[in-house]
Design a protein around this ligand. Structure first.
Ligand code: UT7
Length: 338
């Protein structure tokens, strides 16, 4: 018999719903003052962070991701059984394998979904968003859940003041569906990686190069290590550069952007990026003060914040911009359709 196939029916993907979940326990700057030699003034002026949410022991990335997904689906009135695929961006999977996406599929009761994890650190969500969009655009799927979730507290050294003050735990989810005839949805993206950055931001232990041993634990290799200064400079330059060139190839300038949604790693990085782009801060989403850096979750959390604050209306031109370990950089151009 000869091979036949259904014709592809390409449609752009749109974000049709968003949801988020952060664990209730708070870790304030005052709490950190009693753990390491730091102070509220240093943390606020250098990072903009006031408080982060931290998962209780025994609560894992799949728990946060599942709750964010439930809220996202409830907001759209979609049943979990309707989901075709689940993509989870994370650097803190529950386990090395199976993929956290499989655990979420089971907890959510998404009986017809397949899925996988994607590891691109703080750019994980925007990278997964494009993978999900391609599944929609191919005509293969009509409902894809894209989740960014991390329990950063599970890989932080709470005696290292240079890293432990920065990160928090959280999860954000979006539902992707085909855009209707009068909608635009996800338009374009630019992604870059630069593997020379691998020595500036990493967790060395637990992988195939340095499997867990008593020595790797003693050497603190299962914690985040970061050369903050180097990362800072590249983050500002690359997020602005990529966003600007993405806009340019779509005939736009930063002045056309209604809402800029940057990765939340440091308030000064966000401000410097906005300044480079010539974007007024009223059009820039900032919630780092309340959540810290939640790695793959920052952008979907920021989308929820933007919805709450009324910064996103249907038809708005939106740019998402990320930067993270790898180095990984990503910028996404879309029209908001909710
Ligand atoms: O999401 C992934 C991507 N990550 C990022 O984008 C993070 C990028 N980097 C940053 O956000 C910043 O570099 C940090 C917030 C990590 C650090 O801020 P900084 O302004 O670059 O500070 P620094 O590392 O240059 O340190 C300045 C001083 C140092 O003391 P000396 O050497 O000047 O005496 C540090 O030891 O501040 C000291 N310091 C602290 N002091 C109080 C470092 N951490 C702390 C702390 N509390 N928590």
């Amino acid at each position: 018999m000869s091979l036949t196939a259904k014709p592809l029916t390409p449609a752009r993907a749109k974000i049709s719903s968003v949801g988020m979940y952060v664990p209730p326990k708070l870790l304030t700057n005052a709490d950190l003052e009693s753990m390491v030699e730091t102070n509220d003034e240093w943390i606020v002026t250098r990072t903009g962070i006031r408080v982060r949410h931290i998962a209780e022991k025994g609560v894992a990335t799949s728990d946060l991701a599942t709750e964010a997904a439930r809220r996202c689906l409830a907001a759209r009135g979609v049943d979990a059984s309707e989901i075709d695929a689940i993509l989870v961006a994370t650097v803190t999977p529950d386990m090395m394998f199976p993929a956290t996406a499989c655990l979420v599929q089971h907890k959510l009761g998404a009986t017809h979904a397949w899925g996988f994890d994607l590891s691109a650190a703080c750019s994980g969500f925007v990278y997964a968003l494009q993978m999900g969009a391609k599944l929609i655009e191919s005509g293969a799927h009509s409902k894809v859940l894209v989740i960014g979730a991390d329990v950063m507290s599970s890989i932080l050294d709470y005696t290292d003041r240079t890293t432990c003050i920065l990160f928090g735990d959280g999860a954000g989810a979006v539902l992707l569906e085909p855009a209707a005839a009068d909608e635009v949805g996800l338009v374009d993206f630019k992604h870059e990686v630069d593997g020379t950055g691998a020595t500036s931001l990493y967790m060395a232990g637990g992988g195939s190069l340095h499997p867990a041993t008593a020595e790797t634990v003693a050497a603190k290799m299962h914690y985040v290590h970061q050369d903050g200064g180097s990362v800072f400079k590249v983050a500002v330059r690359k997020m602005a550069e990529l966003s600007e060139s993405l806009l340019k190839r779509n005939g736009l300038t930063p002045a056309d952007v209604d809402c800029f949604v940057p990765h939340q790693a440091n308030l000064r990085i966000i401000q410097a990026t906005a300044e480079r782009l010539g974007l007024p801060l009223e059009r820039v989403v900032v919630n780092i003060g309340e959540y810290g850096n939640t790695t793959a979750a920052t952008i979907p959390l920021a989308l929820c914040t933007a919805m709450e604050k009324g910064m996103l209306r249907k038809g708005a031109t939106v740019v998402l911009a990320s930067f993270g370990g790898g180095y990984t950089v990503g910028s996404t151009l879309l029209r908001w359709e909710i």
